[in-house]
Design a protein around this ligand. Sequence first.
Ligand code: NAD
Ligand code: MG
Length: 401
Amino acid sequence: MRSTYSYLCTSNQLISCVNAIKNIAVLGATGSIGRQTLDIISRNPESYRVSVLTAGSRVDELVAAARVHRPRMAVIARHELLPRLRAALEPLGIECASGDEALADCVDADDIDTVVTATVGYSGLLPTVRAIKAGKDIALANKETLVVAGDLINSLLAESSSKIYPVDSEHSAIAQCLLGEDTAKVRRLLITASGGPFRTRSAAEMENATAADALKHPNWRMGAKITVDSATMMNKAFEIIEAHFLFGIAPEKIEAVVHPQSVVHSMVEFTDGAIKAQLGIPDMHLPIAYALGAHTRLENASAPLSLQSLNGLTFEAPDAGRFPCISLAHTALERRGNTACVINAANEIAVEAFLSGRIPFGRIYPIIASTLEKIPFVASPTLDDYIASNTEARAYATSNL
Ligand code: NAD
Ligand code: MG
């Protein structure tokens, strides 16, 4: 009997689809995921071409990337940077635009096949909504989109030809473990966590930790916001929420497990007792390539893992006492409605304040908890309700720093 994989590989339809060049919009092209995405695209010109590049404020880096990749369009979030972008790129025939509206408008052009959402935080929501409505495939790095509005995103996906392919390494691992499986036979999703830079610190030591301490992640080089989210373990709370909406697995079946080596990227336990895992070096190239390729494998996406060089793999339960943010995942998934949207907004404000030295590390969780108490609960939010809850929660958290 042919395996599903060999069947797929001999299907003419898939071969022609794999051989066609895909046009990619990279949102957040100057960031950690954005740059690694462009690296994969550069090394695979027979498979991918850049159509749109966007960035928040790093205009010079956006210009440099556009000079190399020659997109049809480049968009910068901050309006005041548009003249610089135009001066550099319009002579090359690249259309330029700025602002939040342009960041959302740029994703639904006919020439785009896949949108890589690699911006930080809430800014990913509206472009992703537009991309789904336009039927684009999404390589989703911006987990906050599913945290803020997972129910809405899933209802939009149900009415669209768009598909979401996770870039997050844990969710990519779970997607690989679930291939060919019946999700009714899943006992648990085990989402691995490095434990971040404060895994072995006491609560007292963490209380006054600085941004410089929190930014020293042991295994991954990432943007500042997700690195702080790893230090509080809010990142793992977000990933539990993300997994629930991506895979439709009940919240009580999704657990985090601390695995400091970051070699096992996540696991799925089935009802017969089997556990499947995906392993690899800590390198985002593989999950990005797997998402860009709509769950097909790219030759040598990542350097191989040398099993002999491993000094043992360890697993431990997360400590919700020292890392209270992790318990917010189940609060959000039990209450639902706008709960996770409010948590995300308060977290963004608290992390920004922490990174700029205005609050100590120990203030991050209390700011989120008090914002959650204050902002009115909305049971079945519309897109406008999510937008309003985000604005209210940010304003309250800012006033409460
Ligand atoms: P980063 O800070 O390195 O890059 C962020 C990018 O988004 C930059 O290009 C920046 O210019 C752009 N940006 C920032 N604010 C913006 C705004 N308001 N509007 C438009 N663009 C804006 O971040 P990152 O580490 O690449 O993370 C990006 C996303 O991917 C996050 O949601 C993160 O949680 C997720 N993610 C990252 C990693 C990783 O290894 N870096 C792993 C898994 C998931
Ligand atoms: Mg992750």
